[in-house]
Design a protein around this ligand. Sequence first.
Ligand code: FES
Length: 200
Amino acid sequence: MSFHAKMAYDATFQKSARELAPDDAPFAYTPENRARLDAILERYPADRKRSAVLPALYLVQYQQGYITPGAMRAVAEALAITPADVEDVVSYYTMFHTRPVGKYVLNVCRTLSCAVNGAGRVVEELCAKLGIRPGETDPTGTFTLVEVECLGACDRAPVVMVNDAWHECLDPAAAGRLVDDLRARGEAALSGCLHKVEEQ
Ligand code: FES
């Protein structure tokens, strides 16, 4: 017995066909990234290519830094879904960017575990260090600061995800050192749990 009203199933419900914003910049994967995408697509049945939408979008973002409407159209074509389907995914996940961002995106978790363990002070330190507010990119184009919801490592709060690398148990001083380290050593300063599309 269910207390919920029955939902009518509409086969067209999940197939959005709305138009995306016009975009002057068409997108094409590099041959290397297209080969990576093709290898990923081989893991799915021909009529389930949409299952590869997350790695397909990651490859776009790795290639050009953010995801344009033209790139969403290219992903849609590659996966045999509508551009609006792709936009739905892009707009849902905070790790996808639809405008240029810095080389390093500092995603500070602000959800409960991180909040009660000092995420607010971490944000304050990063704002002071970089001279920007959440949502902004520093004048050098190196750092973008973003506040995000739970990153799934609540027992290691506060957590800051830098691009795809989790940095855990950060206090304000450690967050400041992380920025210094990124300035000094670049990507070699990224540590923790790294996500790579090629390893999925
Ligand atoms: S609350 Fe911050 S990682 Fe879950």
